[in-house]
Design a protein around this ligand. Structure first.
Ligand code: GLP
Length: 273
């Protein structure tokens, strides 16, 4: 696994990465680029920059298929805090995509288990996710896979933990009771099946999760540690998200910063440590 620490905005870095990944893949109608997408505040800048890019190159998303990671159960798609609404507001309204290229779990499906299976089949039908972008929860959740979730889990219904509902209450008038108690999420197995993973951590609130990822062996207690099992995974973090790093990684990072204080980013291969 690779750790990239950037002094710049993680939004700029990740948007440029996605843009280049799509460009170099040169997608066509018969060879679409399949992109996995998260929600959350960490990636708002990334979406804003992608929208700007799409305005300059109108056809940049023409052959892109997107799969969102999760959705609350029970929120209408036009609810201000539904992930459907979030995605249309922050990305889809500003890029030219075919509506049938946009996939988001339906949290209002009458049969939620059937909906989870349908979602997995839709991913499989397009040949799997090529590049999956993710955020991380303060408790180390990825998508909405809470601590304890099996690493081979597929798309499923999840009971959100108290800490996740508290963290997300800020979007629901700071009222925890308004945060839906359940969600549909792609599984950790679904995430690990993607060809490439880019997860993003920004700010001091993510520092504990980042430190667990870097210093611990994969453990169900910290779902994001599953990323270490993937052959092509990157964690992109800003300096604040790295403040709790210790040990060899911290030493490596300090050395790299001293060697080139003007660098905008530093990359460490965790397998080399
Ligand atoms: C929610 C989403 C996750 C996201 C996390 C982080 O819980 N389901 O996919 O990674 O929020 O959000 P933020 O970026 O707002 O900290």
């Amino acid at each position: 696994m690779r750790l990239i620490v950037t002094k710049l905005s993680v939004g700029l870095w990740s948007a440029a990465y996605i843009k280049n990944a799509i460009r170099s893949f040169a997608p066509t109608e018969h060879k679409p680029f399949v992109l996995g997408l998260p929600t959350g505040s960490t990636v708002l800048d990334m979406y804003a920059i992608l929208r700007t890019f799409a305005q300059e190159r109108l056809r940049s998303f023409q052959h892109v298929i997107t799969f969102n990671m999760d959705e609350y159960i029970g929120l209408p798609t036009d609810h201000p805090q539904s992930y459907h609404r979030y995605m249309y507001q922050n990305l889809f309204s500003g890029v030219h995509m075919r509506p049938d290229h946009i996939f988001i779990p339906n949290g209002q499906a009458p049969d939620l288990v059937a909906e989870c299976n349908r979602y997995e089949s839709s991913i499989a039908r397009v040949g799997g996710i090529r590049l999956l972008i993710g955020g991380i929860g303060r408790n180390g959740h990825i998508a909405f896979n809470e601590p304890g979730t099996a690493f081979n889990s597929r798309t499923h219904v999840v009971d959100l933990s108290a800490s996740t509902r508290e963290a997300n209450a800020r979007f629901f008038q700071n009222n925890v009771s308004r945060v839906p108690p359940q969600a549909i999420t792609i599984g950790i197995g679904t995430i690990l099946d993607a060809k490439e993973l880019l997860f993003i951590a920004s700010g001091v609130k993510k520092a504990a999760a980042v430190s667990h990822l870097i210093t611990h062996e994969p453990t169900l207690d910290w779902p994001l540690t599953a990323l270490k099992l993937h052959p092509h995974a990157t964690l992109l973090a800003d300096l604040e998200a790295c403040v709790l790093l210790g040990g060899t990684v911290k030493t490596r990072l300090d050395e790299a910063q001293q060697a080139d204080p003007h660098a905008e980013q530093w990359s460490i291969n965790l397998e080399d440590l």
